[in-house]
Design a protein around this ligand. Structure first.
Ligand SMILES: [Zn+2]
Ligand SMILES: [Zn+2]
Length: 208
């Protein structure tokens, strides 16, 4: 039976229908967030994403917004600068273009790494030693950069015998040395007790 769209008057012989309306006039089944809220560390500027912290460039805001949209979405693009969200939604076999605004709001906080850095917390010390000071400094710089990609460094000490890099995470310190293919000697020292658990400080010694 032929239907006439009550909004635009088109016949169902000319356009597909979704219920009583034609596919262009039928209300879209679409859920779009009006805003997303993010936590930003005021010190390192990183954003909290799920349980970790990432630099803004590494955060997929577009993907996050897309995940929050619900409907027969065939294509979605989001520009975080303007907050403009463009969607192609399928309805009764027709494609409808939809534009919406999604505000990106930032709340200020201090991330766990920055609060630990401020308190001087560390789990491991990478000791860089070698005969040539220049080489020691160059390697120490490479190691520090590798560690900083994943973790934090509360302190770097320049000593007569070499350079000590204090690392917030034991695992990331070891990971950085492995990534740079640097062999190391590992020693554990008891550093005290907390809540009945023994605390160890790890020293990772390398010669360059
Ligand atoms: Zn219509
Ligand atoms: Zn931070």
């Amino acid at each position: 039976m032929e239907k006439i769209c009550p909004r635009c008057g088109i016949s169902s012989e000319k356009r597909r229908f979704a219920g009583n309306f034609c596919s262009s006039c039928a209300p879209l089944k679409l859920e779009v967030p009006s805003s997303i809220e993010l936590l930003r560390c005021t010190r390192c500027e990183r954003l909290q994403i799920e349980k970790g912290w990432k630099h803004e460039g590494a955060v997929d805001l577009e993907g996050m917004v897309q995940k929050l949209c619900k409907g027969e979405i065939r294509n979605a693009s989001f520009d975080p600068q303007s907050g403009e969200l463009s969607l192609i939604v399928e309805q009764a076999g027709a494609f409808v273009e939809v534009k919406r605004k999604v505000a990106v709001n930032y709340a200020k906080t201090i991330c766990i790494d920055c609060s630990r850095t401020a308190s001087g917390y560390f789990e491991a010390i990478i000791q860089v030693r070698g005969k040539k000071r220049e080489r020691v400094e160059k390697k120490a710089g490479e190691i520090a950069n590798a560690v900083l990609k994943k973790s934090f460094i509360p302190k770097i000490e320049e000593l007569k015998e070499g350079i000590d890099i204090y690392c917030g995470s034991r695992n990331e310190a070891i990971g950085a040395l492995n990534a740079l293919r640097l062999g190391f000697l590992r020693t554990e020292k008891l550093a005290g007790e907390r809540d009945g658990k023994r605390l160890y400080r790890t020293t990772l010694a390398i010669r360059v």
